[in-house]
Design a protein. Structure first.
Length: 294
């Protein structure tokens, strides 16, 4: 996610120079053709077309942003649930179960990192394996849903703690309710990842936006004259940018500069949970040189 107040101009240029160049070349072709073979184009239908498309693109961008924000809210719930799980493990379990306290905390750190990898369509990385023992890692990696396998193992350990008398049934139910919150948050994230916007929201705006960019210089050349390449390119680029905004936000977990910073939030959970059990914690992640927080 870009966290600087002003996006880098180099990044902006990398994203817009190709469509801007294509628009400008097409506008020059239309302008030259107009002065060689004059033609007349009606302006009213183009105006109505542009207005309708602007409304359509605005609605699509709002829908995409709602998906992005929902992804951020779900990860906020995951951070809170992780802190609560660590706190209850530390406070409920007796001193004789200190190894279990540590295991539950480390498994939760491994879990959020495994979930991060799944949402980004990546294989489990070292941040997952670093917090699991060899046997635990083999069991989790054998599951289709690795993250769910890790949290299932945590649930079994909590049940075992109750069976040994380390916690009572009320404490077990309290810790289990947190695991339910974690599972619900994961389910919401998987829904966002696996269920894209309907194809109508993706296909038709793309077609109509490119069609408008083709028609713009034809409708403006009589009014703008030699300034048509500049004016038409800027107007067309505005529509293309709004279209791109929807494409950038529709998948909040696509591992691009516009997405929810999963790596940074996993590091936040790691810091909070390790400090909860008295371990040394790493430093928070900082934005890179481009102002992007991953």
């Amino acid at each position: 996610m870009i966290v600087t107040n002003t996006p880098g101009y180099r990044h902006i240029l990398r994203e817009i120079w190709r469509p801007a160049a294509l628009l400008f070349v097409w506008d020059v072709i239309v302008t030259v053709t107009y002065y060689v073979v004059p033609f007349t184009a009606p302006s009213l239908p183009l105006t109505l077309f542009g207005t309708a498309l602007a409304l359509f693109l605005g609605f699509r961008s709002n829908s995409a942003y709602q998906r992005w924000w929902e992804g951020r809210v779900l990860w906020g719930q995951m951070i809170n649930a992780s802190r609560s799980l660590a706190r209850q493990a530390r406070n409920y379990l007796p001193d004789e179960a200190k190894d279990l306290k540590r295991t539950i905390v480390l498994r939760q750190i491994a879990y959020v990192n495994a979930l991060r990898c799944q949402l980004r369509r990546q294989a489990p990385d070292g941040e997952v394996l670093r917090f699991l023992s060899r046997g635990e890692a083999d069991f989790a990696l054998g599951r289709v849903n690795v993250a769910n396998g890790i949290v299932d193992g945590t649930g079994r350990r909590i049940n075992g703690a109750c069976a040994q008398g380390w916690i009572d049934t009320i404490q077990q139910a309290s810790m289990e309710s947190i695991l339910v919150d974690i599972a619900n948050a994961q389910g919401g994230m998987e829904r966002l990842k696996n269920m894209p916007l309907p194809s109508q929201y993706r296909f038709f705006p793309t077609i109509f936006t490119h069609l408008l960019c083709i028609l713009l210089p034809i409708g403006l050349v009589e009014t703008l004259g030699f300034a048509t390449p500049l004016g038409s390119s800027i107007a067309g680029l505005m529509f293309l940018v709004v279209l791109a905004i929807g494409d950038d936000l529709v998948d909040p977990f696509a591992n691009t500069v516009h997405d929810v910073p999963l790596t940074a939030m996993c590091r936040t959970i790691e810091i909070d949970l390790l400090q909860a059990i008295g371990d040394e914690a790493p430093e928070p992640l900082r934005p890179d040189a481009r102002g992007v927080l991953w």
